[in-house]
Design a protein around this ligand. Structure first.
Ligand SMILES: *[C@@H]1O[C@H](CO)[C@@H](O)[C@H](O)[C@H]1NC(C)=O
Length: 477
């Protein structure tokens, strides 16, 4: 008996060893599950001359918009030759500004709650967040409709665009600035309206009044702002998805890092957000896929159209209650099939959220340390390189054609296990500096943030009515 088992064990070990020694360096478990990704290094550096590949999902779904990266081949904002390659150091600096702003909003909310339970002090007002949200869709506004390129943001609520006349400053944008006087479906909103009152929760500032017209002002964590009239307009997503009377900000004084785009599409959870305003049609459900590079488009789809059956859902966590954010509960991280030893409280104490505008995923310090150690151990065949900005685990891949990296998966409460796409793990500066695209928070009490590099190629479903967020692989194609 025993000896038979031993022989079987030896055969099993041999099989495992043989499969681990696979030709392309891929590692497998005995059940055949592949534990690594092998990536062509050239795919990490999209060339500005590669043609734009359109998402068929976006092309074939009626309530779907193409999502493009702000810079690159697919963006109508980038003029053909003068492709401004984004400055990575600047992107990461702004990313940290956004993260600081999200985390201070959340911790302020927690201290407010404590304070409110003790006295009748009003909650502190805080600005919205903005940073380097880099994904853009085009939405028709007005009659006749004019296409507006908008950064979409799950971390804020008010949708706004630049409007004529610019009374102080308008930043430069690619398409002409919207002129409300040439649209027959534009209406000002009165100061006494409920929409005007809801500005305070949507923007952190209550609306004010000018000749009985409601005036909004929103400032972002990075000193950007937009000020103008709260208005109602016709929004045309596609020819069959048209909404009359959508509240938005017609900004006559706008400043900040929005260069090129016309404004912002607010996809947060507040009453004034676009999903809330279109709730009778879409039930606060939308999904998106962020493309793997600037040479591909992804999609932003409203309603349940096209949502894959393989989506796995996790409840929106209570940590973000009363904010615009969609909260998540991370319960585990797996690297190359190995579950990291991280105590549950490391995740549950600060909580987590998903954000379309944060670039690099932030983890509690102890979770990041465990991830980094496991990743480094499985990448030991590659020489290390110095860190850049917030990224400290980098490799020198000069002269190589491919790199084999361990797969990384996140487990969320409710049993949703999400394996990151092959482009969701690394952030490439240059061949000699390709880094693990995660960073640790500076404090154990700061919330984790599931960022947009990690979301690339996943189908991400936001179900505001059902109180859940879901994930499925290969969402862009
Ligand atoms: C909206 O209100 C502003 C400020 O009172 C005014 O200048 C503008 O003409 C109004 N537009 C419409 C269409 O009523």
């Amino acid at each position: 008996m025993n000896s038979t088992r031993n022989v079987l064990n030896i055969i099993l070990i041999l099989c495992v060893c043989l499969s681990w020694g696979c030709t392309d360096g891929a590692q497998k478990r005995e059940n055949g599950e592949i534990l690594t990704h092998t990536i062509e290094l050239s795919s990490l550096f999209p060339s500005s001359s590669s043609p734009c590949v359109l998402s068929t999902r976006a092309s074939n779904t009626k309530s779907s918009l193409h999502v493009t990266h702000r810079h690159g081949t697919c963006s109508s904002l980038t003029s053909d030759k003068a492709t401004t390659s984004p400055d990575h150091a600047e992107i990461l600096r702004l990313d940290q500004a956004r993260v600081n702003s999200i985390q201070s909003k959340l911790s302020k909310k927690l201290t407010d709650r404590v304070r409110q339970s003790k006295s009748t002090a009003l909650p502190a007002k805080d600005g919205s967040i903005f940073g380097s949200g880099n994904y853009v869709v085009s939405v028709g506004i007005g009659t006749p409709k004019r296409d507006q390129s908008l950064i979409f943001d799950t971390g804020s609520d008010l949708t706004w665009i630049q409007c004529e006349p610019c009374v102080q400053t308008c930043y430069s944008q690619k398409a002409p600035i919207f002129n409300p006087s040439s649209s027959s479906s534009y209406y000002n909103v009165s100061c006494s309206s409920a929409a005007c009152s809801s500005l305070s929760s949507a923007t952190g500032n209550s609306g004010s009044c000018s000749a009985s017209t409601c005036v909004y002002g929103i400032q972002y964590g990075d000193q950007s702002f937009s000020v103008g009239f709260l208005a109602k307009e016709k929004f045309t997503l596609t020819s069959s998805n048209v909404f009359d009377g959508v509240y938005f900000g017609c900004g006559e004084n706008n400043q900040g890092l929005f260069t090129g785009v016309a404004g912002l599409l607010g996809l947060g959870r507040d009453k004034l957000s676009f999903p809330s305003q279109t709730a009778t049609t879409y039930n606060k459900i939308f999904s998106y896929c962020l493309p793997s590079s600037s040479s591909y488009t992804g999609h932003l789809t409203f309603g349940t159209a096209g949502i894959s059956r393989s989506v796995k859902f996790t409840p929106i966590s209570t940590i973000t209650e009363g904010t615009s954010f969609y909260g998540l509960d991370i319960v585990a991280i797996t690297v190359g099939g190995q579950k990291l030893a991280i105590a549950p409280a490391v995740f549950s104490t600060p909580g987590a959220l998903i954000d379309s505008g944060t670039v690099i995923t932030r983890l509690p310090p102890k979770a990041y340390a465990a991830l980094k150690d496991a990743f480094k151990a499985k990448m030991s065949q590659y020489p290390s390189a110095s860190g850049v900005s917030i990224l400290d685990t980098c490799f020198d891949l000069s002269g190589l054609k491919t790199v084999t990296i361990p797969k990384v998966a996140f487990s969320f409460s409710g049993g949703a296990v999400v394996e990151l796409g092959s482009t969701g793990v690394l952030y490439a500066f240059k061949m000699s500096q390709v880094c693990l695209a995660f960073a640790g928070n500076s404090d154990d009490t700061n919330a984790a943030i599931f960022g947009n590099v990690q979301q690339q190629t996943l189908e991400v479903v936001y179900d505001g009515a059902g109180g859940r967020v879901g994930f499925a692989p290969n969402g862009c194609s």
